[in-house]
Every structure is written in C-alpha cells, then in structure tokens.
Design a binder for this molecule. Structure first.
Ligand SMILES: [Mn+2]
Length: 419
C-alpha cells in the first residue's frame, strides 16, 4: 500500500480549483482522481479511501483559508458542505480544548503562587525582644600562647621582598603591643563571660641563640644579652597583666624551645640543663615566688602537662593541657601540612598521657589543625626561612583560646596581633 504525501496530492489536484479557491469537482470525483496516484490491494481500499478523504478535506480547507475573503458564488452539494463544516468545527474544538487545558494549568499555578504569598504575609505570631543585661556570665579561662619572639634575630626587608623587618627595637614594640592587646581581648571576653584565672604558656624560642653558624654574625645580641632582654620583656608583661588584668590567678607554664639551647645539637634528657630559656624561666619563677597572684611552673621535660580542675554542669571535670615547643615533630614540608605529622604525634602521646588540649609553637603559623590543638604564630614574623620555603605570609601574631569552664571545652580562638 502506498499513499502519496499531502504535498504531492495538493499538486495533482491544484488544476481543479478556480482562482477563488472553489473546487470544480465534488469530493467523491476528486477522490477518484487522486486514487489513481495510490498503490493498494483490494483489501486495503477502504483504508486508502478514508485516509485520502481526510487529506483532501485538509487540502480543501487550506484552499478556502487562503481564499477566505474571496466570494463564494458556486453552491456546493449538501453532503460536502456538511463535511467541510464538521471538519472545521472539529478543528476549532480541538484548538479550544487545548487552550482550555492550558488556561486551567496556568490558573492552578497562579493559585499556588498566590497561596504561598498569602502564607508568607500571614507568618503567624510576631516576636519583639527587649534588650537585657547579661544576668549570669559564663566562667572561662583564657589560654594564652606566647612563643617564637626571637628578639635578637635580624629580618632584613630585602630578603623577604619588603614584607617584614625585625630587630630588637621592633621586637620590643611588638611585645608591648602583644601584652596590651591581651588586656583588650580579655575585656572583650568579659563582656559576657567572667575571667578570674588566666593560663599563660611561655612556649619557647624567645631568643634565637647561636644554634646555626650564620646566627653568630647576624644576631643583634649574644644569647646571654638576648636572654636578659627576653626576661625583662616577660616580667614587664606579667606586671602589666597584674596591674590591668584584674585576675585572681595567673598560671604560667614555661616550656623551653630549640633555639635557646647552649649546645650545637639537641640534648634529649639534659635539654633543660643546657637551655638559656630554662634558666630564664627559673629566674622569673624565683622573682615571683612571693607573689600569690602567680603560679609559675618550669618543667624540666620537653613536654609538660597541666591539670585544670573545672566545675562543669555535670560535676567536676579534669581538663589536661599539654604544652611543648613543637620541635619534636618531624615535618619536611610534605603535602597536607604540619597537621598530619602533628596529629600522629599527638595520638602517640595520648596513649601514654591523654590530654584535652595541646598548645605548641615552633612553626610560626597561627593554626588550629584540630579543635584540641593550637599552634602559635610568631612575633618575629615572616623571615627568609619562610620566604625561601614558599610559605604563605602571615602577620606577626600570638594566640589565645577560650576554655569554657562550665562546658569543659575550648571555644573561641583569638589571633593576638602585635603591630
Ligand atoms: Mn622553634
């Protein structure tokens, strides 16, 4: 069976239409003419006939639309007029049905949108809050991390692309700013917390010493001179906290760093015996021994533990702080940063002596690799070592973390900027 396409049929019957779009033949005669174009068997005749009738009606309709404004003057047979009318009406009905469905859909969408808007407008109960003074302030202990001052070391601006400059005069200014900013931060914390006790970790490398050859020619002061200056800067700061901090207790835990050693190589068990810093801490401890405000601890070990007794809502809780300078962590600049070897080290240490919080310096990077570990920035700031390693620039700073006594966890951390 083969029925030609609409265009082919249209072409073959074009001649039977006059210039007004009226067909000179009746529908059945026209159909007989077109039937000749088709190939079909006897059984297929009725299908071909019906299809042809449908196509012809469409074509006639098109001819009429094209010549709509032209006058019709030739009456058509009754059946044909009726067929055409039915066809047109069916088309119109189909179109109207489509339009109707579309309108219904749009209306439904609009109703949904309207409902949403009405719901937003009628959001229910309104709330107005009046200002209220804080009735009960939370007791907290600021954990202050001070380290890596390297006060006698030189940073020549030309070696760090002008990003930093350092010498003992700048060191003195930055240290002064540090102590003063600690008071400002404490005042800020006191807005909604009570602070009676403060915990200070003097975490090493306050001096640079002579541990490398180049430091002998580059340092502004000898290790002993630097130690005396560091001691005075620390004592001055502690006096500042005593005068302006309004504390009931100042706990100071002192850990010596790798730079303060008197020997070329690191000593394991006799590290404290060969450290300018350890000696300095001992002297500070002796000088303040009659002052009840201060509680100064100078451990001999590289890693030290301080047990804080906290009164939490669920009863008394021991909170152990681990302090160490941080040079006992091996890190060669691998991917993932210091965090990976540090976390490994902490896990190992936790197996022997578990701690709730770790404070360390040495890495000159203000960082909190885990919620229970705080690494300090430095006072010396960006230097040739960091610059040559391609480490990101960081403004000189120290660190502070708030220990919430009632919750028994550390919360906010502060970067103590020093310039
Ligand atoms: Mn160090």
């Amino acid at each position: 069976m083969k029925i030609p396409g609409k265009r082919e049929i249209k072409k073959s019957i074009q001649g039977y239409f006059d210039n007004k779009g009226q067909c000179k033949l009746t529908m059945s005669k026209l159909r007989i003419k077109v039937l000749k174009l088709c190939e079909y068997s006897e059984e297929e005749y009725s299908i071909v006939n019906a299809t042809l009738r449908k196509i012809l009606l469409e074509i006639i309709n098109e001819f009429e639309v094209e010549n709509e404004d032209k006058e019709v003057d030739m009456p058509l047979p009754q059946q044909e007029q009726y067929d055409r009318k039915v066809f047109k009406l069916k088309n119109k009905l189909r179109e109207l049905r489509r339009l109707h469905n579309h309108t219904l859909k749009s209306l439904e969408q609009a109703e949904r949108r309207f409902e949403t808007l009405v719901n937003i407008k009628d959001s229910g109960e309104s709330f107005y809050y009046s200002y209220e003074e804080i009735k009960q302030k939370n007791p907290v202990i600021p954990l202050i991390l001070l380290s890596d001052w390297h006060i006698e070391e030189k940073v020549d601006p030309s070696t760090v692309n002008g990003l930093n400059e350092y010498n003992p005069d700048i060191a003195k200014k930055r240290v002064e700013r540090c102590w003063k900013n600690i008071i400002h931060i404490i005042k800020n914390i006191r807005h909604w917390c009570t602070v009676d006790t403060v915990f200070i970790n003097l975490c090493g490398d306050f001096i640079t010493g002579y541990i490398h050859e180049e430091l002998v020619e580059d340092n502004y002061l000898s290790p002993t001179e630097a130690t005396i200056l560091a001691k005075e800067l620390i004592l001055g700061g502690l006096r500042h906290l005593e005068d302006y901090g309004d504390f009931k207790k100042i706990i100071v835990v002192c850990n010596y760093g790798n730079h303060g050693r008197t020997t070329k190589m690191r000593r394991q068990s006799t590290g404290y015996k060969n450290s300018y810093e350890w000696m300095m801490f001992k002297e500070i401890q002796i000088l303040l021994k009659d002052n009840d405000l201060f509680e100064i601890h100078v451990p001999k070990s590289l890693v030290s533990y301080y047990n804080m007794e906290l009164k939490t809502k669920t009863g008394n809780k021991k909170f152990t702080i681990r302090n160490f300078h941080g040079d006992n962590i091996r890190y060669g600049g691998g991917i993932g940063g210091i965090s990976i070897p540090l976390n490994k080290k902490i896990q190992i240490m936790d197996k022997t002596e578990p701690a709730d919080f770790n404070m360390l310096g040495h890495w000159h990077t203000f960082l909190e690799p885990t919620p229970k570990t705080l690494i300090n920035g430095s006072i010396i700031g960006y230097n040739a070592y960091a610059y040559n390693l391609g480490l990101p620039y960081e403004p000189p700073c120290q660190a502070l973390k708030v220990l919430d006594c009632e919750k028994g966890i550390t919360t906010t951390k502060y970067q103590i900027f020093v310039e």
